[in-house]
Design a protein around this ligand. Structure first.
Ligand SMILES: *[C@@H]1O[C@H](CO)[C@@H](O)[C@H](O)[C@H]1NC(C)=O
Ligand SMILES: *[C@@H]1O[C@H](CO)[C@@H](O)[C@H](O)[C@H]1NC(C)=O
Ligand SMILES: *[C@@H]1O[C@H](CO)[C@@H](O)[C@H](O)[C@H]1NC(C)=O
Ligand SMILES: *[C@@H]1O[C@H](CO)[C@@H](O)[C@H](O)[C@H]1NC(C)=O
Ligand SMILES: *[C@@H]1O[C@H](CO)[C@@H](O)[C@H](O)[C@H]1NC(C)=O
Ligand SMILES: *[C@@H]1O[C@H](CO)[C@@H](O)[C@H](O)[C@H]1NC(C)=O
Ligand SMILES: *[C@@H]1O[C@H](CO)[C@@H](O)[C@H](O)[C@H]1NC(C)=O
Ligand SMILES: *[C@@H]1O[C@H](CO)[C@@H](O)[C@H](O)[C@H]1NC(C)=O
Length: 318
């Protein structure tokens, strides 16, 4: 047998099985969906408990998975996750500090991490007012009592057009206020002058809807290329885990381009009768590409400098 041909076949034989058998560890790990409290099948961008951060996106950690509801934390507030819709990329949450009570220890407005979340349409704010003076001698339906800083005080809630009766002499009626979103149905109901505190508590318990943005577009592209979305905690950027190895954007975006190029050069050389072409090709197959794969598997964040896959690596908004 022609020794050159033998070397070429040998190179292909030792090379191909590494592709067929390779199963990237991250790819496997991130394929495991999380069951957190009462919510099953949780995937990217969420992580927590058994699901490592590299399978999610920062800001999407779920805790309390052994409890009665998953908790997601934003700034100073904890939110109970009541429902999750992966298709719509939306989340129904309720404030944990107002879950079964209307008098939280600390008064905080509802704030989100607006880089990651936005309010879904059809939500409405209600306002809880604390540390107030009595505005009428008889109690009104939207009045309740709270101890604010160990002092018994009157509280009210307002929603939409339902506002407190005006007081003469420009007296400040309440010292503190907190805004909380509720769903539109609840918001409308609570705007009625006959709205009750019980209805307000039910509305807080039913929560409100958020939409998430965690490089959604990239994740869609990665998934469509057969990958699983995640996050590279070294480079602090999106990662696409594929069955052979992780990629920055989509599966094979760099390697398949590299192969095409090498194959092209090889065919070119051969057709011009360049004798070393077979050796050169074999050298790439046995040494260069496995070497690159080896380096990548130990240092996941190594980015192949030339993006030969033809996919733009420009930044995106999502
Ligand atoms: C609210 O529920 C939590 C547990 O979920 C409990 O620890 C707390 O005492 C409850 N608060 C009130 C006011 O019932
Ligand atoms: C909540 O926001 C309102 C309006 O922005 C503000 O007047 C109020 O002081 C805030 N409440 C707290 C507890 O920070
Ligand atoms: C509720 O108030 C917050 C500010 O406290 C605001 O960002 C948000 O857009 C409001 N939501 C609605 C539905 O008006
Ligand atoms: C607001 O707080 C001050 C100081 O704690 C208190 O003197 C005042 O009565 C409070 N105002 C209302 C409307 O309760
Ligand atoms: C409670 O009142 C004390 C003094 O009256 C004050 O120093 C403290 O900041 C208050 N705490 C809150 C949460 O308002
Ligand atoms: C109360 O407000 C009105 C209008 O906003 C103003 O004309 C009046 O001077 C205010 N009164 C006091 C006591 O500040
Ligand atoms: C809105 O909140 C109410 C509780 O006030 C709840 O019964 C209802 O199911 C919620 N609607 C939606 C669409 O979530
Ligand atoms: C998504 O990707 C872009 C481009 O790399 C980045 O600027 C952005 O911060 C990422 N994260 C989110 C939440 O959009």
């Amino acid at each position: 047998m022609n020794p050159r041909l033998f070397f070429l076949i040998f190179a292909i034989l030792i090379h191909v099985p590494t592709y067929l058998s390779a199963d990237d560890a991250q790819y496997a790990t991130c394929g495991e969906l999380l069951q957190c409290a009462n919510i099953p099948n949780i995937g990217y961008p969420f992580w927590g408990e058994s699901r490592p951060e590299s399978c999610g996106y920062p800001g999407f950690q779920l805790t309390n998975c052994q409890g009665d509801a998953p908790i997601i934390t934003m700034e100073r507030l904890q939110f109970r996750v009541l429902a999750m819709d992966n298709e719509a990329q939306s989340l129904t949450v309720a404030r944990q500090d107002m879950w079964n009570q209307t008098c939280p220890t600390y008064l905080y407005n509802t704030t989100l991490d607006y880089n990651l979340f936005s309010y879904a349409p059809n939500q409405q704010n209600i306002t809880l007012l604390y540390d107030c003076i009595a505005i009428q001698t008889q109690t009104i339906p939207y009045q309740f009592d709270c101890n604010v800083n160990s002092t018994a005080s009157i509280s009210y809630f307002t929603s939409g057009t339902l506002s407190l009766p005006s007081i003469p002499n420009n007296i400040t009626v309440c010292n503190k206020s907190v805004t909380v979103p509720v769903n539109q149905t609840s918001g409308t109901a609570l705007s009625s002058s006959s709205a009750t505190v019980r209805e307000m508590e039910a509305a807080l318990g039913a929560g409100f809807e958020l939409q998430w943005a965690a490089n959604n577009t990239r994740c869609t592209q990665c998934s469509e290329s057969g990958g699983r979305c995640g996050y590279n905690t070294n480079t602090l950027s999106f990662a696409c885990y594929c069955s052979d190895q992780p990629y920055p954007l989509t599966c094979n975006s760099a390697a398949s381009g590299m192969y095409s190029l090498i194959l092209l050069v090889f065919c070119g050389f051969r057709s011009y009768g360049f004798q070393g072409a077979d050796y050169l090709f074999s050298f790439f197959l046995t040494i260069v590409i496995p070497g690159m794969k080896f380096i990548q598997s130990y240092k996941v964040d190594l980015q192949i400098p030339v993006n030969l896959g033809g996919l733009p690596s420009s930044s995106e908004a999502s």
